[in-house]
Each structure stands twice: as C-alpha cells, then as structure tokens.
Design a protein around this ligand. Structure first.
Ligand code: BJW
Ligand code: ZN
Length: 250
C-alpha cells in the first residue's frame, strides 16, 4: 500500500493525535456495525427504535434480549488488527487520545488505556429507575436463544428493571467523557476518524471541531461519509488493512 508523503509527514510531526472510532473498527472482529446490526433474528426490528428509552419502556424484554445477544457476540469476539494498531500507535506518537462511540471493550482488550466511551459500555448495565450499577452473575451469560426476548433482571435496591449501560437516542452523553473528548478535539493537531458513518450527533461534531481548530483530519472508511469534505485525507478501505500498513510505512 502506498501513502501520500504529506500524510506520513503529518503523522510524524503530530504532537497530539486523537483517534475517533465507530462500529466499523469492530466489524472485522465479527461485530455487526450499528447500521447493519439487524441481521439474523433481528432483521424485522429497527435499531434506532430498540436503542431508545421509549423502546425499552414499550418492550423491556425485547430490548434487553437484543443487547444480551450483542453482549454475547462481543464476549466471543477478539480485537482485530485495527484495534491492535491503534494501541501500538499510542506508543509511537507523543500523545494519543482514543475516543470511541463503540459500546464493546475491544479497544481495552487490544491494550489501549482508558479509551473515552462516548456511548457507554455494554458490560456496565444499571437500574433504569435508580441508576445503581448492576453486577452480572458470574459464569456464562444466559443466551436469548431461539426467541429473542429476555426479561431484564431486577435491581436489588429498588426492584426496577436493569437496562444496558449505553447511551440511547435522546439521552445526554456522559458529561465527563464528552468534556474530555471535546478538549482533545480542540487541542489536537491530527484526528483520525475511523469506521464511523459520522451521522450521530453530538459525537460527529468532534472531527468538525478539530478541523475548525486547525487539525488535519484523516478518515479511514470503505464507504463515503458525511465527513469526506472535511477530511484532508480520505483512505478508502478496511481499517484492519489500512492501519497496519500505515504504521509500517511510518
Ligand atoms: C468500516 C469497516 C471496516 C464498515 N473498516 N470502516 C436530527 C439532526 C441531528 C441530530 C439529531 C436529529 N434528531 C435527533 C438527533 C440527535 C441524535 C442523533 O444524532 N440522531 C441522528 C441519527 C439523526 N443524537 C442523540 O440523541 C444523542 N443525544 C443527544 O443528542 O442528547 C441531547 C438531546 C437530549 C434530549 C433530546 C434530544 C437531544 C445520543 C446519541 C446516542 C447514540 N447511541 C447509539 C446507540 C448506543 C447503544 C447501542 O450500540 O445500541 O450509538 S446509536 C449508534 O450510532 C451507536 C453508535 O455508537 C452510533 C454511531 O454509529 P457508527 O459507529 O458511526 O456506526 P455505523 O453503523 O453508523 O457506521 C459504521 C461505519 O463503519 C460505516 O461508515 C461503514 O462504511 C464503516 N465500516 N466496515 C472501516 N472494516
Ligand atoms: Zn434501582
């Protein structure tokens, strides 16, 4: 793979790099992207409806079952070369902040320290009523087999339903994570946007903020996205192919 010399210079000279990731980074680990998530059992449901407080209120067992199915897939998955290269890149540049929209833990398992999770985490459920965290019982999780519905567990403190620890449509992003991500976007000199459709706000604002503050934007995605016009470098292809080749070329 041959890369533009200007891109390689930009990376070599960067003092603070932000890596902003979306579902495409985990696609090569076998985790369906958000907008492709409706495979198999779930084809007849709309992801945007399932990923909302209204969806959970209307049918808690349907929504909990969907998230448990996705959590099972994540538990069975392994980090891919994209996750691993991002962790390696952090060792090669003066400063790197990893901001992810993903609710899996594959960046952590690849060796990245403390990624900023803008949309929460599948493995940290909490009570829908009182917000106290819920501990999964040890052992293999119950699979929402055959059918797709699974009654959510109940909170030991108030008896409320347990909900997935993710940020749904219409909910605010965790304040500390959002502030840290904005700070990084404002002060970085290079931002990689990798495997995201750049459709979901406010997260999609981050590369725009970085560009407004003078950072170079590098996008890695096999498809065109809303960020194409802002990105200085558009690398078309899979993150698991491009990132290792890019690191090698540096
Ligand atoms: C590869 C690849 C490979 C494939 N290598 N790449 C109208 C206009 C603007 C905004 C709004 C609006 N109406 C409502 C809003 C706000 C709303 C929003 O943005 N909606 C838009 C969809 C229109 N946002 C919110 O509600 C947010 N909160 C908020 O705004 O609070 C203020 C507020 C309060 C009260 C009322 C109203 C507002 C919260 C957003 C939370 C998003 N949560 C989700 C679900 C999390 C849990 C779960 O996973 O189920 O987060 S939605 C979903 O999208 C998930 C993802 O993190 C997020 C981003 O998706 P991502 O990562 O980009 O995935 P995909 O599938 O879209 O794209 C994958 C990409 O990978 C593709 O481009 C592929 O080509 C690529 N790819 N293989 C590299 N191998
Ligand atoms: Zn509770």
């Amino acid at each position: 793979m041959v890369f533009d010399e200007k891109l390689l210079d930009c990376i070599s000279q960067a003092r603070h790099v932000v890596v902003f990731t979306g579902a495409g980074v985990s696609a090569e680990s076998g985790i369906p992207t958000f907008r492709d998530a409706q495979t198999g059992l779930w084809t007849e449901y709309d992801a945007a409806t399932l990923a909302s407080p209204e969806g959970f209120r209307a049918d808690p067992a349907l929504v909990w079952g969907w998230y448990e199915w996705r959590r099972m897939k994540v538990l069975q998955a392994k980090p891919n070369p994209a996750h691993l290269t991002i962790a390696e890149l952090a060792e090669k540049v003066p400063r790197l902040t990893l901001v992810t929209q993903n609710v899996d833990d594959l960046h952590e398992r690849a060796g990245s320290d403390n990624p900023i999770h803008l949309h929460g985490c599948l493995h940290r459920p909490r009570c829908f009523a009182c917000a106290k965290p819920f501990d999964y019982p040890p052992g293999i999780p119950e699979e929402p087999e055959g059918g797709r519905r699974l009654e959510p567990p109940r909170c030991v403190h108030c008896g409320g339903y347990i909900r997935p620890g993710v940020v749904w449509f219409g909910e605010s992003l965790p304040e500390e994570a959002w502030n840290a991500a904005q700070q990084a976007a404002q002060h970085c000199d290079l931002l990689f946007s990798i495997g995201t459709s750049s459709l979901v706000w406010p997260a999609a604002q981050l590369p725009e903020t970085a560009a407004r503050n003078g950072a170079a934007i590098v996008q890695i995605n096999p498809e065109p996205t809303a960020l194409d016009r802002t990105a200085r470098f558009n690398l078309r292809g899979k993150a698991g192919d491009i990132l290792p080749a890019l690191l090698e070329a540096l």
